[in-house]
Design a binder for this molecule. Structure first.
Ligand code: CMP
Length: 423
């Protein structure tokens, strides 16, 4: 099994993110509570130091494995690395824990956090389909870290509450932080000294920011989790307002709603030709062939047709949808397109509108007589259920007939049979 650079990069980024997160949680807690406990994370601190040192070396030797080097070009100059980033990485890798055991200088480790932020950003860009969910997850991540830091700060000011053990004291301070940050503020924990009052004011101000961010962003993030659904509802609302304003009869309103519900439910509101038009020409051909392969496989004539003909037809066919009872066209209309049935059932009706000549289904085609003989439509065609059709316009149809005599012959044969049977 081959291991790709991308896999190594992701795994290494995860290791860095875990080490940084561990340090961001452990160091502030240890600085505050270290004097009360004998629990030591010395080994972990050394592991983190080693991992961060290796990370610096990797940035020079294998930049493609590291966060922050998108294209993975070899980093030969310090300039490429980014002086500030290297400085931050270097500070974070220093084994301060070995010399300054209970000094806040150990917080230099947190200089690695910008790398983690960069990792999250890249992760979000590579997971566009989960963009909103990841945004929410990362927001919660930063929130948890911030609340932990603030709780540690409060604990540093207050010290261990009399009668409470370490864990309960930390929880108590966390409780105060969360209630202050969320602007709930029960007022059951009262700052006693000037330092505590200043700190509490700071946390309250941060709280306003967090609250504002939550109010401003969470609704948007949640709405973004189901973008297709949100767009569908918005579309339906506009449609309903329009139908009400123009007094569209209830029966017709229902059919319009059915139509939209069907195409949005099926295609999530994406318009196939618009999406395709944004691709490169070779991709358009490939995707068109893939999307229309069901119809190409079903129409008996296409099974023996040349690749060029199939490619040309697939490129030119336009998807259309009809709901039960819709007329695709009526007898006597001018013919501008012929149709291939991808899915669904349609009735071919005589001019009287009741006599059914025949029933067409998946893989059949219709509407060719008017194009071939330059006549008005010889019959009406009505959808029996939800129908997915592909339309081929007159100009393309004529061009294809001229270029592919086999196709022309097949269509002419079919036309002759239908004319003899139907009209
Ligand atoms: P056109 O005349 O363009 O429009 C009506 C279409 O119904 C016609 O092309 C044929 O494709 C189709 N059609 C007409 N008569 C029959 C039939 N007897 N059997 C199947 N299809 C038919």
């Amino acid at each position: 099994m081959r291991i790709h650079n991308k896999d190594i990069k992701q795994s290494w980024a995860l290791v860095i993110a875990l080490c940084t997160t561990f340090s961001a949680l452990e160091i502030p807690a240890r600085l505050v509570l270290g004097q009360y406990t004998s629990v030591s994370f010395d080994v972990f601190d050394w592991v983190v130091t080693i991992v961060f040192s290796i990370d610096i070396l990797l940035h020079f030797r294998y930049p493609e494995w590291c966060i922050g080097h998108e294209r993975g070009e070899p980093v030969t100059a310090l300039r490429r690395y980014g002086t500030w980033m290297l400085f931050g990485d270097f500070l974070a890798a220093m084994p301060v824990h070995a010399f300054l055991i209970s000094s806040p200088v150990q917080l230099l480790r947190l200089f690695k956090l910008p790398r983690v932020a960069e990792y999250f950003r890249q992760w979000r860009y590579s997971q566009v389909q989960n963009w909103s969910v990841l945004r929410l997850v990362f927001f919660v991540y930063w929130l948890v870290l911030s609340v932990h830091w603030l709780a540690c700060g409060w604990l540093a000011l207050r010290g261990i509450a009399p009668g409470l053990d370490l864990w309960s004291s930390y929880l108590f301070s966390l409780y105060w932080c969360v209630s202050t940050l969320t602007t709930v503020g029960y007022g059951d924990v009262i700052p006693a000294t000037n330092a505590e009052r200043l700190y509490a004011m700071g946390v309250m101000i941060v709280g306003i920011g967090v609250y504002g961010y939550v109010i401003g962003n969470v609704a948007t993030i949640l709405a973004g989790i189901q973008p297709a659904r949100a767009r569908y509802l918005e579309h339906m609302e506009r449609l309903t307002a329009f139908m009400k304003y123009r007094n569209i009869p209830p029966g017709l309103q229902r059919r319009i709603r059915d139509y939209f519900a069907y195409i949005w439910g099926k295609r999530l509101g994406y318009d196939e030709p618009t999406v395709l038009s944004e691709l490169s020409p070779s991709l358009i051909t490939e995707v068109s062939l893939f999307l229309k392969r069901d119809i190409i496989e079903k129409v008996p004539f296409f099974t023996g047709a040349s690749d060029e003909l199939i490619r040309e037809i697939a490129l030119q066919m336009r998807p259309v949808v009809y709901t039960p009872g819709d007329f695709v066209f009526r007898a006597g209309d001018q013919g501008r397109e012929m149709y291939f049935i991808s899915k669904g059932t349609l009735d071919v009706l005589a001019k009287d509108g009741t006599t059914v000549y025949t029933r067409l289904t998946d893989g059949d085609f219709f509407g060719e007589i008017a194009l071939l003989l330059n006549l008005p439509r010889t019959a009406s065609v009505r959808a029996v259920d939800y129908c997915d059709l592909y339309a081929l316009d007159k100009e393309t149809f004529e061009r294809i007939l001229a270029r592919y005599p086999d196709f022309a012959e097949h269509i002419q044969q079919m036309t002759k049979e239908r004319q003899e049977r139907g009209m």
